[in-house]
Design a protein around this ligand. Structure first.
Ligand SMILES: O=C(CO)COP(=O)(O)O
Length: 253
């Protein structure tokens, strides 16, 4: 548990990476986690949808969870190429990333769309990881807090609970760049998100986990995970290498 009493979550977002030959990476993560560590933290891998079934089979009976990277808000219908929350749950997924900045940027996802998808995730019993984050320009203009608070206010469904909602703060300019905000800047954003959550969902806000994502590596994980109101990490590139992902999880060892 973090000092706050929230159970940390270390989540890996594989993005558009991985073929069937990549499943051994998940097996190595599964086998590299000690029972003592997994008694205190949650561990999640979100592979491409094509690998969810085989990854669910690979972690069956272990402490590792599998999630999706995106979903359609509807349960079914004429939405060619889309995948619903129910389909992800049917495959054994238990989490789903909602509103990742790469989808906001390249697929024109809106805050209202994120809200609808978060409702879809809850409808199917999935825990939605709602992503917020500012661009370099927005940070340089001093608008980072305004941007992420607005994304949260619109994206988080009414009545959201710690059991169905996780927040991930991922500054766009830190994703894939090797750059991270200072611990003080991360603390400021996470505190502001926690306060905004309190306005939205009341006392439950103290239980909802807020992850940090954006160039989390084994070398910076301990410092970043020690920041107040940081309840874990959403890891991209480093989650593709079992040793690196385990090195990040070890921040909580
Ligand atoms: O986008 C991210 C996780 O969703 C972060 O990616 P990196 O860890 O590669 O910066």
């Amino acid at each position: 548990m973090t000092k706050s009493g929230r159970r940390p979550l270390i989540a890996g977002n594989w993005k558009m990476n991985g073929l069937r030959g990549s499943v051994p990476v998940v097996e190595a993560i599964r086998d590299g986690l000690s029972p003592e560590l997994t008694s205190r933290i949650d561990v999640l891998i979100c592979p491409p949808s094509t690998l969810i079934s085989s990854c669910v089979a690979a972690v069956y009976g272990s402490a590792v969870s599998i999630g999706g990277q995106n979903l359609h808000a509807k349960a079914s219908g004429a939405f060619t190429g889309s995948i619903s929350a129910e389909m992800l749950a049917d495959l054994g997924a238990s989490y789903v990333i909602v509103g990742h900045s790469e989808r906001r940027a390249y697929h024109h996802e809106t805050d209202d769309g994120v809200h609808a998808k978060a409702l879809g995730a809850r409808r199917a019993g999935l825990c939605g990881i709602i992503c917020v984050g500012e661009t370099q320009e927005e940070r340089e203009e001093g608008r980072a807090l305004d941007i992420v608070r607005a994304q949260l206010a619109i994206g988080v469904p009414k009545g959201a609970k710690a059991s169905d909602t996780v927040i991930a703060y991922e500054p766009v300019w830190a994703i894939g760049t090797g750059l991270t905000p200072t611990p003080a800047d991360i603390a400021e954003v996470h505190a502001s998100l926690r306060e905004m959550l309190g306005q939205l969902i009341g006392p439950e806000a103290q239980k909802v986990r807020i992850l940090y994502g954006g160039s989390v590596k084994p070398g910076n994980a301990r410092e970043l995970m020690s920041v107040e109101n940081v309840d874990g990490a959403l890891v991209g590139g480093a989650s593709l290498v079992a040793a690196d992902f385990l090195g990040i999880a070890a921040a909580y060892a």
